[in-house]
Design a protein around this ligand. Sequence first.
Ligand code: RP5
Length: 165
Amino acid sequence: MKKVAIVMGSDSDLPVVEKAFGVLDELGVPYEVHVFSAHRTPMETKAFSSHAKMNGFGAIIAAAGMAAHLAGAIAANTVLPVIGIPVKSGPLGGMDALLSTCMMPPGIPVATVGVDGAKNAAYLAAQILAVEDDELTGKLMRTRAEAAANVIEKDRKLSEKYNRE
Ligand code: RP5
């Protein structure tokens, strides 16, 4: 199976980003974790993204806050699917990162999840790899079935408590 790259603009993003690790661990998807900054280490960002396909990656998750250009800078240097996580850091509460990540020019897309949406970034990366992997598809479908069963159980408990005749 191809690997997922999980890249963040700073180690201060880690408390948000590490929620993606658990999802990929549960699904058995291999991943690598790196810190690259579009602004502080532009050369390293370019080198990593331009070699990522050759180095066995199938999708890249890029998380950054504030003027969050990391996902876009990576997308500029690879045709691998890039998933952006706008991180809530700085005084604008993540709106700055959301717009910086998602408002890409035509031809250089970044599939942007919600602010601090690390779990969905991991699920989306897994779904991309699952296009060519039936076993992973099965795991994703089981995960959804478990989530549905949890909601049904929550409904049952609340109904029992509040919906008495
Ligand atoms: C962004 O600036 C990072 O992704 C982080 O969210 C924010 C602050 O970075 P640090 O000053 O904490 O390294 O580039």
